[in-house]
Design a protein around this ligand. Structure first.
Ligand SMILES: Cc1cc2nc3c(=O)[nH]c(=O)nc-3n(C[C@H](O)[C@H](O)[C@H](O)COP(=O)(O)OP(=O)(O)OC[C@H]3O[C@@H](n4cnc5c(N)ncnc54)[C@H](O)[C@@H]3O)c2cc1C
Length: 496
């Protein structure tokens, strides 16, 4: 029977990055993934020969000298990724019923572009961007300095993003513009902490990129590196139990398969799943009650469009539309007004620079609207569900037609996914997009540490610390620092 130094449950970005770090540092690793494909939210899929990204539409800070560039160098993938930088004069366009605004790349550009429309707010915009930068600088794993390392910086965890923005900017429209891409973190007006807004926005203002020809590139590069380092990746292996003996996890149990023994175990799954998988008594009752009392971020309904050849332009920015002034939709969700917002993106492909081959349109969807199908599984939910999805696709396209007249004529085929799809593919509770909702009113409860009460069991991925490509990269280092000296690890990343 095989025994590994580390058994990792889940081959999402978090599991793959931990596998990459630990296998290059000499640990024997085995990653166990329930799906037949690795990648979790980074999976892509193809229809009619066109590629669709699912959970990596754009990423940040990949310019030489910037934070994710440094992490990707260490992971050994930076020079192998095909990337396209988004428009520097507006990587995100925030569109309201009366007019639209651009978020510029680079702090100075960002301030200058918005200050042209809001001249009296120039000073406040500068203060705002500097504050975001300061928050990131207080996170030692962001600056990769040689000091005590933690994801939690010196900033005030109890400050809300919306509250801070309202305190520094006077113009209500401008406040909504700077938070206009909050679908990136499913922003909640009363709950989202400032540090989440800061980490994401500062990093995207630094630079914003699309992965050309699909985010599975990232998955392929990481899986290849793990295998090259002697690691094992078992696909179509759903872990049912992490079986304990004498207070420690002894092996992972997969249905109909040999037990997978390990010295250490890392769970790249939603902590709620871990409660069912591991011994509840060992995890401690308080952990279970805490996790079960925490809210998750809202899930998404997505339209995936295949465009007819050379009909719809490739748009080198992300288009965030709102049919109202307030952009904090996740906490202002009104089913009768659906869709209150959407994000439209065209896929970057090397085949075409001027025209888009495919594109995605994302908007929130409350899980309660899907409750009646919650006991069903993808592909077998019945006709009523298919009708529901078709109706929603029509509603969303009707809304999009107002900003992109004629888009329907460009569509060759259209596919949809709901939070139930996400739940089934990634195992995330209620098909939440980004896992546990961080709440500045309960800062210490909603930030989940990598360490658990079981001494050889750790957590990683979007639910620990921060979600997204950068957030999960940092989280994977936090998790691996339980097994490797953190100063050594940070030194390696800094010098990569
Ligand atoms: C719609 C959407 C759009 C997004 N867009 C962006 C973006 O543009 N930029 C960005 O930076 N981030 C984006 N994100 C966020 C980003 O994709 C995620 O934060 C990140 O990929 C999460 O990685 P993870 O490893 O934590 O989790 P996951 O990707 O959920 O991985 C968990 C893995 O565990 C596996 N698993 C679960 N249960 C078991 C089990 N019992 N046994 C074995 N395996 C199991 C799952 O199958 C999955 O592969 C987006 C997310 C969504 C949902």
């Amino acid at each position: 029977m095989d025994s590994f130094d580390v058994v990792i449950v889940g081959a999402g970005l978090g599991g793959l990055l931990c596998g990459n770090i630990l296998s290059r540092e000499g640990f024997s690793v085995c990653i166990v993934e329930k799906n037949h494909k690795a990648g979790g939210s980074l999976q892509t899929f193809g229809r009619k020969g066109k590629i669709f990204n699912t959970g990596l539409n754009y990423t940040e800070s990949l310019e030489e000298g910037q934070v994710l560039n440094q992490y990707f160098r260490y992971f050994g993938i930076m020079d192998k990724l095909k990337l396209r930088k988004l428009d520097t004069t507006g990587f995100d366009v925030i569109d309201f019923p009366d007019r639209q605004y651009c978020l510029g790349m680079g702090q100075e550009n960002f301030v200058n572009i918005l200050a042209e429309q809001f001249p009296s707010e120039r000073g406040a915009l500068k203060t705002y961007t500097e504050k975001l930068g300061k928050i990131c600088s207080s996170i030692s794993l962001y600056t990769l300095q040689d000091k005590q390392h933690s994801i939690i910086g010196d900033y005030d965890l109890g400050t809300g993003a919306h509250d801070y923005i309202s305190s520094v900017l006077s113009d209500d429209r401008l406040r909504n513009i700077v938070a206009g891409n909050n679908l990136l973190y499913a922003g909640h007006q009363q709950k989202t902490p400032l540090f989440i807004h800061a980490l994401i926005n500062h990093s995207f203002i630094e630079s914003a990129w699309r992965v050309v020809d699909g985010s599975h590139q990232l998955v392929n590069l990481l899986t290849s590196s793990i295998v090259a380092n002697g690691g094992t990746i078992l696909r179509s292996h759903k872990v049912q139990k992490l079986v304990a003996e004498s207070g420690r996890i002894k092996y992972a149990q997969v249905h109909d398969k040999e037990p997978l023994f390990g010295k250490y175990f890392i769970a790249n799954v939603h902590p709620d799943q871990l409660i069912d998988m591991a011994d509840r008594a060992l995890l401690k009752k308080a952990f279970g009650s805490r996790i079960r009392s925490l809210e998750d971020t809202m899930g998404m309904f997505t339209l995936y469009l295949v465009f007819k050849k050379k009909t719809f332009p490739y748009i080198n920015h992300n288009f965030y539309h709102y049919n109202q002034d307030n952009v904090w939709i996740a906490s202002d969700y009104k089913p009768e007004k659906w869709p209150q917002n959407y994000l439209l993106m065209t896929t970057a492909t090397s085949g075409s620079l001027d025209f888009a081959e495919s594109g995605s349109i994302l908007t929130y969807m409350d899980y309660n609207e899907l409750k009646k199908w919650e006991l069903t599984f993808t592909g077998n939910r019945g006709g009523e569900y298919l009708e529901f999805k078709e109706k929603k696709a029509e509603q969303l396209l009707n809304a999009v037609e107002k900003q992109f007249p004629g888009i329907r004529r460009c569509i060759e085929a259209c596919y949809t996914s709901t939070p139930l799809t996400w739940r089934d593919y990634t195992g995330t509770r209620s098909g939440s997009a980004y896992g546990i909702l961080k709440d500045h009113n309960r800062p210490l409860e909603s930030v989940i540490p990598a360490r658990t009460k079981i001494p050889n069991l750790f957590l990683t991925g979007q639910n620990t610390n921060v979600h997204g490509i950068l957030g999960v990269s940092i989280s994977s280092v936090v998790t691996c620092s339980e097994l490797i000296d953190i100063r050594y690890l940070v030194g390696k990343i800094r010098n990569a």
